[in-house]
Design a protein around this ligand. Structure first.
Ligand code: ADP
Ligand code: ASP
Ligand code: MG
Length: 405
């Protein structure tokens, strides 16, 4: 019998009506002859609400307790979905991440999956039950619950599909697939029929929320072909798979945006060896991921170092850097939250020159100033002022002809 893993995101299980609808989609699949494993996220904005609630109780929640709290969202969803399946006459059982045999490391709130022992999942499938697993959580070596980073239910689904050698893996969400850019920003954005793992990875890393970046890494590593599709329509969605030759014909596949970026600058640092090492090791120790880095040309034996990071990490980064600034005798340490990032992505960039110049010219024509630039083989990103992000994406979407095709 064929096995499918179906993952439904928060907006797909946001209320009772939607949960009943999801139950219907799951039953459809069962009736097509599949063994069905379902992964669900917390309903609607529940994870955000829980984070807010914790912030009202304390400024410094213990990471272990944070995970205990956040894991409850997904647990609400699995129980409610199973109740709905039962009400529709289907045999189904809910399992937490630990019950499903998902093991994680001790890095609370952004743990990695270390292994999956899906014994109970397989036993329940053998009893002809639909198995509904809580996304975003696993059991760590201290027997504590750990969550897998924001958007982590995607990771649960992909990793389970790999462990169970699923015949099909489908990520159901509130849009019909992966689009040329966020359809909330550009209404003309087009749904892509297919996209390579590397492009999806770059788009996710640059802020396209539709798939969690780490889940795409795992899909690539284990060769899990998956589809992103809509909970609310029968449209076929976007297939994400290994790169094939003709994908290179498309120069730019998509544009990502991230408004929640910030820039920190350390100003007038004496120019000597070891400065960058000192700054970035302090940030590394504080668990902060840095994205782009710029070091200015030294003048008067002093230079500036600026880098971008997630807005949410600014406070932590400033506390980590204050003692470093003092020790290095730098003049200033400043944070700027009014920045955002845009990135154009496409495997065709490897063989087609001129993408960077077209991107910069388009931004120049729109009078948008570029503050930082970074590139990879298949991506060009720019940091710009946050107020210009949406306009920049619209202009670039047009300039690269993504609205046509
Ligand atoms: P879920 O709750 O199902 O996990 P998310 O909110 O995490 O859904 O992701 C879906 C959202 O991602 C869409 O509503 C869309 O606004 C946003 N998004 C951003 N970039 C893209 C893109 N390139 N293609 C499709 N959706 C995108
Ligand atoms: N509920 C978690 C979040 O909001 C995990 C997920 O939805 O994938 O990040
Ligand atoms: Mg998501």
């Amino acid at each position: 019998m064929k096995l499918v893993v179906m993952k439904f995101g928060g907006s797909s299980v946001a209320n009772a009506e939607k949960i009943r609808h999801v139950a219907g989609r799951v039953i459809e699949k069962k009736k097509q002859g599949f063994q069905v494993v379902v992964v669900v996220s917390a309903p609607g904005d529940m994870t955000d609400d829980l984070i807010e609630m914790a912030a009202k109780v304390t400024r410094n929640p213990a990471p272990r307790e944070m995970d205990m709290l956040l894991a409850t969202g997904e647990q609400a969803s699995i129980a409610l979905l199973c109740m709905s399946l039962h009400a529709k006459g289907q045999a189904a059982i809910s399992l937490t991440g630990p019950q499903a045999g998902i093991f994680a490391d001790t890095d609370h709130t952004r743990a990695r999956i270390t292994q999956i022992q899906p014994k109970k999942v397989l036993a329940e499938l053998a009893k002809r039950r639909i198995v509904v697993v809580a996304g975003f959580q696993g059991l760590n070596p201290n027997s504590d619950i750990a969550t897998l980073g924001r958007g982590g239910s995607d990771l649960t689904a992909i990793a389970l599909a790999a462990a169970l050698k699923a015949d099909l893996c489908e990520i159901y969400t509130d849009v019909e697939g992966v689009y040329t850019t966020d359809p909330r920003v550009v209404p003309d954005a087009r749904k892509l029929e297919e996209i390579s793992y590397d492009e999806m990875l770059e788009l996710a890393g640059a802020g396209a929320q539709v798939m969690q970046g780490r889940s795409v890494e795992v899909a690539k590593k284990y060769g899990v072909v998956f589809a992103v599709r809509s909970t609310f329509s029968q449209a076929p969605g976007t297939r994400v798979h290994k790169e094939v030759r003709q994908m290179e014909d498309v120069v730019v596949s998509g544009i990502a945006l991230d408004r929640k970026q910030a820039k920190i600058s350390i100003v007038d640092i004496p120019d000597r060896p070891g400065v960058a090492a000192r700054i970035f090791s302090a940030l590394g120790k504080a668990g902060i991921n840095v994205d782009m880095i710029i070091q200015s040309e030294a003048s008067d034996k002093k230079n500036d170092i600026s880098f971008t990071l997630s807005e949410g990490d600014v406070k932590k980064a400033l506390s980590a850097l204050r003692p470093v600034k003092k020790a290095l005798e730098a003049k200033d340490l400043v944070a700027n939250n009014n920045v955002g990032k845009i990135a154009v992505v496409g495997v065709g960039m490897r063989s087609h020159p001129g993408v960077a110049s077209k991107m910069f010219q388009t931004l120049a024509d729109a009078k948008i100033n570029i503050q930082m630039i970074s590139t990879s083989e298949i991506k060009i990103s720019c940091v710009i002022s946050r107020d210009h992000v949406d306009q920049a994406v619209r202009e670039l979407h047009k300039a690269f002809g993504l609205d046509k095709k």
